[in-house]
Ligand binder design. Structure first.
Ligand SMILES: Nc1nc2c(c(=O)[nH]1)N[C@H]1C(S)=C(S)[C@@H](COP(=O)(O)OP(=O)(O)OC[C@H]3O[C@@H](n4cnc5c(N)ncnc54)[C@H](O)[C@@H]3O)O[C@H]1N2
Ligand SMILES: O=P(O)(O)OP(=O)(O)O
Length: 168
């Protein structure tokens, strides 16, 4: 799975904080055989986020784009708002599962407004900004990601093949 990771952070983009979340996601993905082919860090600017996500998805180079940061409720947190603007279709289940699973770790999970969806043939998923939050949220949705990518890219095989006699 070819993946791109976009870190949204004002401090990080100014060099005032080392980006730990992007590298944490790269390592986590590598352990599961998913290759990160592009990373970038940009400030929490809606127009820039939209432009980057649009360009990356439309390039056709990536199966999956992960964003980290800016999903919360601070005045500068605009990642979900920018993401929704460039998506063709939302997948609400990803956000629902991320918040449900993360609530077992911290009540602050309900603050994340992360969304996920599809643009062209690319799956885009928002993750929170802290390294721990980013990895925990990716872990929550990962079991469905490979199947979602296959379906987005046009796999027409039945999800539920007819039951065999022994399974009837
Ligand atoms: N499963 C979890 N879900 C959530 C967690 C969590 O720890 N586990 N955290 C919750 C919290 S708290 C919030 S608030 C919301 C929304 O988070 P945001 O997406 O708005 O995160 P930011 O404000 O961008 O960052 C929060 C915090 O994390 C540190 N940070 C951010 N970016 C970086 C970076 N690139 N490298 C290193 N550290 C970073 C920094 O201390 C920020 O202040 O999500 C909940 N969900
Ligand atoms: O990374 P920043 O600078 O966008 O700030 P925050 O502490 O809100 O993540």
């Amino acid at each position: 799975m070819k993946t791109a990771i976009l870190t949204l952070s004002d401090k990080g983009s100014r060099g005032e904080r080392t980006d730990a979340s992007g590298p944490a996601l790269v390592s986590w993905l590598a352990e599961r055989g998913a290759e990160t082919v592009r990373t970038a860090i940009i400030p929490d600017e809606a127009a820039l986020i939209e432009e980057t996500l649009r360009n990356w998805a439309d390039s056709g180079e990536f199966d999956l784009i992960l964003t980290t940061g800016g999903t919360g409720v601070s005045p500068r947190d605009v990642t979900p708002d920018a993401t929704v603007k460039i998506l063709d279709r939302l997948i609400p289940g990803f956000g629902e599962v991320m918040r449900m699973r993360s609530l077992q770790k911290t009540p602050h999970a309900m603050i994340s407004r992360a969304v996920a969806g599809i643009r062209k043939a690319t799956l885009i998923i928002n993750l929170p900004g802290s390294p721990r939050g980013a990895v925990e949220n990716l872990e929550a949705v990962w079991p469905a990601v490979p199947h979602a990518v296959e379906k987005i890219q046009g796999d027409t095989r039945d999800c539920a093949p007819p039951a065999t006699d022994s399974a009837k």
